[in-house]
Unconditional design. Structure first.
Lengths: 291, 626
């Protein structure tokens, strides 16, 4: 996108509650500040933020502001220095933020009734590729080198199968390894025959045309990956955390579900279970991202 | 009925997903067109219409396209994100110079791609480089289908270059961990593949004249080769996303008769959903009868730039669908509902066709450029469409009187509806919208709702529309110029000087809303009755006509069926909530395609065997897959 985000604050959007006569919580006499990571059209995200912060402000009686950061690192930095109270985050950056600044998980996204998903290795059905070993010397496109389901977990399947010694040894097994920039780009490259396989989210084939979907299949699937998480900075008042969390859980109610589209489009939220991210911590250690 | 709607909707959605943003945890949503790429594609589309709607071309660049996620149009967007000025393009638009507009717009997009590639190569961190690559690639989307159609080798080369380019931007890692540096040399080499092709094909000084504007590369145009670029609709088009889904009331179904026992009706049902009966571009775009008249009702969202002046309206005798039928008049009409069709003749907004058969043939052959339908096809389509019933309405008796369930205001309004007015020639609303004949009189009247086509013209008469079901078919009048039933009442009161008080107008509106209401206007879905289940049931019903057609060795109509249903079945699998069962549905679709392949090879034994297998497998899926 051509929007050029500053390192930290794109803008602060005051929710309706920010100018309301709502009685602020004693522990939160200033606005609750939410950091968002752009995943698609940043301009649309700004509109979404305005809508959701306005609703949240009315629900928790605290002014709510939202701003877009350029990436996870900027969001974590904002949490660390108090510029943000809460941030939306992927599972991997969360476990690193947890280790680095003591970030607290509040909520996990739910998709298709589960707060988790998987990564898969997709191939074309007419490729003759039946198993991971068949990809020796062949080209593969992953989504991004820091994507859980679009790289780390699918690649680990090759390690588990004994085809790759470990992270960093992928090039010796495959022909070429590309990072396409996203699930859809990786899947499209596979479907069009630019590469032989794609590593992406279990749902990534839904990003292809219906005709293409019928032409692809998957040959390996990772263990469940905890879905994206909403985290709080350490020290955020417990009552504020509760009110925010309870308000977010109201999004599961039928009358509020239409608002989920303003928040990366999950099917709902559940309270986060920190233990569920143990596998991600292990994966981060395996890739040398976490000590 | 639903399967074409769903399948094509997903096709439209997925085709829009040419590019999307960074990695998300779940399926990405539809990627928006970047404003300048959208304006370019709109310009190509509009400039192929005759007469060319120049105002719309200007608007394409000045305003954000319909449904855009971007608040601003291409010009404002360029002003904020690019150093490339649009003055030469705007000058060409002002001069209404079609070739110059094409040349300037094409060069502008190519320069924008280069500009973003420059930014990518110069970026000092991976995030910015990837952002620039992503933007460049989204702009490339404006040319991609032309290159893919004309020059597959180049398309593949460039596709690999995008992969190479993105891969070589490096990674910022996660919070500093796992960061990798960019490879400038690789980036520049990949970029050169893309920029070199752009320079040769889209940044040329003088483009060869084109009869049809498209994104075909210049070198291919100069070669004189005939290249068919698959038809596409421009950004802002909306054909399939209809929610809630209108409820379909079929007479036989309400009586408990199974459609599989009515093969002619079932075949007509299939044809109503088949794009195969139309010519191109409608066929390739998946346009079927049900695209506009979904579930016998109205697709209120349908919008095609240049052919629709508002959602739910379409100019079916314009330049796009069948140029030979282009009447060169900008006269889109509001799509009428087909409910109760056997009671609503004559057909067409002005009642120009007394015969539904003639009307249907005109739609297929003239409006949408299809081949001449066989008598069997027309018989089947009519057999099906004549089953369309009005929506049950418990506030109305069969002879059009209000029941006790109707609100009091409507009861008062009923009296006004039946009151003769001197200004109406001592006629009442009920004189034309006759309650005991489904609120119509099967005649055309000039009520002054149509602007005169020329001095002395007597062309304003429109067929009296039924009032049944109209609570769900807004807007109103032939051109959809009145947004609500209240506006319709106001229009009559003011234009005919009826002298109604505000209270009387409210009561009359309440009456219209009551007459136009229904007990269950929309299809209701839940965990059991899913959209896919409905589609699956309909598609297997369509296929059941093979029980009749195979013994008759009717190859022509068998192939029309298998081509339509196999493709739709496969496409609809993507809408299944039970994703794990998709392969079974793909296999079932292939089984039906095998029937078609065997018939093409005149191997009737194999065709019968595949059909038997299809039935068995369909039954098994029906039991397991939902």
């Amino acid at each position: 996108m051509a929007i050029h985000l500053n390192r930290r604050t794109m803008l602060a959007l005051a929710g309706a509650g920010a100018v309301s006569l709502a009685t602020p919580l004693a522990a939160q006499d200033t606005a609750l500040r939410l950091a968002f990571i752009p995943q698609e059209n940043p301009e649309k995200l700004l509109g979404d933020i305005e809508a959701i912060t306005g609703w949240l402000a009315s629900e928790i009686d605290v002014p709510v502001e939202g701003f877009v950061t350029i990436d996870h690192a900027a969001a974590v930095e904002a949490l660390r220095n108090g510029d943000a109270d809460i941030s939306f985050m992927g599972a991997l950056p969360f476990v690193l933020a947890e280790a680095e600044i003591g970030a607290v998980p509040l909520l996990s996204e739910v998709y298709r009734d589960a707060p988790s998903y998987t990564g898969r290795i997709f191939v074309r059905r007419d490729s003759g590729i039946a198993g991971l070993a068949d990809l020796r010397g062949r080209d593969i496109a992953f989504a991004d080198p820091i994507s859980e389901s679009g790289y780390l977990y699918p690649l680990a399947e090759f390690v588990e199968a004994g085809l790759i010694d470990g992270p960093g040894a992928a090039e010796a097994f495959f022909g070429r390894v590309f990072f396409a920039g996203g699930y859809q780009q990786a899947m499209q490259a596979m479907a069009e025959g630019l590469v032989d396989a794609a590593g992406a989210s279990q749902y990534a084939d839904l990003l292809l045309t219906p005709q293409q979907q019928a032409q692809v299949t998957w040959i390996a699937e990772s263990p469940p990956i905890p879905s994206h998480v909403v985290i709080a900075r350490p020290g955020l008042d417990a009552e504020v955390q509760d009110r925010f969390t309870n308000a977010m859980l109201q999004l599961n109610e039928p009358e509020n579900r239409d608002k989920l589209r303003y928040l990366y489009g999950p099917d709902g939220y559940v309270r986060a279970d920190s233990a569920a991210y143990g596998g991600v911590r292990d994966m981060a250690r395996r890739y040398g991202l976490l000590e | 009925m639903i399967q074409k709607f769903l399948g094509a909707f997903i096709a439209a959605l997925a085709s829009a997903l040419v590019l999307s943003g960074p990695v998300a945890a779940t399926p990405a949503k539809e990627a928006p067109w970047l404003p300048e790429a959208a304006a370019y594609r709109l310009t190509l589309f509009l400039a192929n219409l005759e007469p060319l709607p120049w105002d719309d071309v200007g608007t394409a660049w000045a305003e954000s396209y319909r449904g855009s996620e971007f608040a601003v149009g291409a010009l404002a967007w360029l002003n904020g994100s690019s150093d490339i000025g649009p003055a030469p393009l705007l000058n060409a638009i002002t001069r209404k110079d079609r070739q110059a507009v094409f040349a300037e717009a094409t060069r502008l997009i190519a320069r924008r791609i280069d500009e973003e590639l420059d930014r990518a190569v110069m970026a000092d961190d991976p995030a910015r480089a990837q952002q620039a690559v992503r933007t460049a690639r989204e702009l490339y989307r404006a040319f991609a289908d032309g290159i893919a159609a004309a020059d597959p080798d180049a398309s593949r080369r460039i596709g690999l270059a995008w992969l190479e380019l993105n891969s070589s931007t490096g990674s910022a890692g996660v919070l500093g961990a796992g960061a990798t540096p960019a490879s400038r040399k690789t980036m520049e080499a990949a970029r050169e593949v893309i920029s070199g092709y752009l320079a040769e094909n889209y940044l040329v000084d003088d483009f060869a004249p084109r009869r049809t504007l498209s994104a075909l590369p210049e070198t291919v145009v100069l070669s004189g080769r005939t290249i068919e670029v698959p038809p596409s609709l421009p950004p802002g088009s909306d054909m399939f996303d209809q929610d809630p889904l209108p409820r379909l009331v079929l007479n036989f179904e309400e009586q408990g008769i199974d459609e599989t026992d009515l093969p002619l009706v079932a075949y007509g049902d299939m044809l109503f959903d088949s794009a195969q009966i139309f010519g191109n571009p409608a066929q390739d775009l998946g346009v079927a009868c049900s695209t506009c008249h979904n579930r016998s009702d109205v697709n209120q969202r349908l919008f095609i730039p240049g052919a629709s002046h508002q959602p739910g309206a379409i100019d079916v005798d314009g330049a796009f669908f069948n140029p030979i039928f282009n009447d060169r008049r900008d006269d889109p009409i509001d799509i009428p509902s087909l409910r109760g069709l056997r009671f609503t003749g004559p057909y067409g907004r002005d009642g120009r066709f007394a015969s539904l058969r003639d009307f249907t043939r005109n739609v297929i052959v003239n409006e949408f450029g299809g081949d001449e339908p066989t008598p069997f096809m027309l018989d089947a389509l009519l057999a099906y469409m004549l089953e369309f019933d009005f929506l049950p309405n418990s506030m109305l008796t069969p002879d059009g009187q209000l029941t006790e369930a109707a609100p009091e205001a409507a009861q008062r309004g009923e009296a006004i509806f039946n009151t003769p007015f001197a200004a109406l020639g001592d006629r009442s609303c009920a004189s034309c919208h006759v309650p005991d004949t489904n609120f119509l009189d099967r005649q055309a009247h000039d009520i002054g709702s149509v602007a005169s086509a020329y001095d002395g013209a007597r062309t304003g008469a429109m067929d009296t529309p039924t009032l049944l079901g109209t609570a769900y078919t807004a807007p109103y009048f032939h051109d959809g110029s009145l947004p609500t039933l209240a506006a319709v009442v106001d229009w009559f009161d003011e234009s005919k000087a009826l002298g109604l008080t505000a209270a009387e107008r409210a009561d009359l509106t309440a009456y219209l809303e009551t007459v136009g209401a229904a007990d269950e206007p929309y299809e209701t879905f839940d965990a059991e009755n899913t959209a896919f289940r409905l589609a699956f049931s309909e598609l297997t019903t369509f296929a059941s006509t093979l029980n009749t057609l195979l013994p008759q060795r009717d190859a022509e109509h068998i192939l029309l069926l298998t081509d339509t249903v196999a493709a739709d079945l496969s496409a609809d699998a993507s809408t299944m909530s039970n994703l794990a069962a998709r392969p079974e549905v793909y296999a079932l679709a292939e089984r039906l395609a095998e029937v078609g392949a065997a018939v093409r090879g005149e191997d009737w034994v194999a065709a019968e065997a595949s059909w038997t297998a299809f039935k068995s497998e369909a039954d098994a899926i029906e039991e397991r897959a939902f």
